[in-house]
Write a protein that binds this ligand. Structure first.
Ligand code: HEM
Length: 198
């Protein structure tokens, strides 16, 4: 939400896509997700920049050699997906929040494309992926469509601190923004955030 708050036009784009795909009230069903490429792109871009598990889950290695590097048996392996999501060799403008980069590209986050593996990959890939994938799309769509999101009073959009707190999971260091509930039955696309009318 912090990334989207800094990019309010992208909030409008998600709302418009939802309304076009689901009708005026923007209520999303699980079956709609496949028809919402921009929402999917926003979620991929969010996982690229802010993976929930920045080092996945620690693994124990068998003895292997990779590109001349010897990994001893039983070494603890942490996969730094936070860093690979920001690697300028793989991603153009890696620090920028650009969901559009995923619109014309087949990269998916289900463990087949190693540049984007927020759920891990291979035998120990997240068992909850099918559930989590659906829930994240449904929750984000619902939050965007039913709430008007505003930055905290007195704060400008570009002042939102996106600093992160590292642990097993990645958290936003300073949580600050407010939300206000939309009136029911409103047109999700009618609301234009302040400073976003152009
Ligand atoms: C956005 C939500 C979620 C994210 C980002 C996520 C991410 C991950 C990651 C990165 C791993 C470690 C993969 C690896 O080290 O290779 C993992 C493992 C696992 N996750 Fe999730 N997860 C999510 C939700 C869930 C849910 C909802 C469930 C259960 C309903 C679940 C169950 C598991 C289990 C059981 C494992 C261990 C799999 C194994 O070691 O064989 N996860 N998850």
């Amino acid at each position: 939400m912090a990334e989207l708050l800094q990019n309010p036009k992208k909030i409008l784009k998600v709302r418009k896509e939802l309304r076009d795909a689901t009708g005026i009230n923007g209520l999303i069903q699980e079956s709609d997700i496949l028809r919402l490429p921009y929402l999917q792109a926003v979620i991929k871009e969010t996982f690229r920049l802010h993976p929930a598990f920045p080092f996945l889950v620690p693994h124990k290695a068998n003895a292997v050699e990779i590109n001349g590097y010897v990994v001893p048996k039983n070494a603890q392996i942490l996969v730094n997906v936070w860093a690979s999501g920001r690697d300028s060799i793989t991603w153009s403008s890696p620090r920028s929040f650009l969901p559009e980069r995923f619109l014309d590209c087949k990269t998916d986050l289900r463990g087949q494309d190693f540049e984007l593996i927020p759920f891990g990959a291979g035998r120990r890939i997240c068992l909850g992926l099918p559930l989590a994938h659906r829930m994240v799309h449904l929750m984000l769509a619902t939050l965007i469509c039913n709430f008007e999101w505003k930055v905290e009073e007195g704060l400008k959009r570009d002042e939102i601190d996106k600093g992160e707190k590292f642990g097993l999971t990645l958290q936003k260091a300073i949580p600050h923004f407010l939300s206000r509930l939309f009136l029911s039955n409103c047109d999700p696309c009618a609301y234009i955030p302040e400073d976003c009318s152009t």
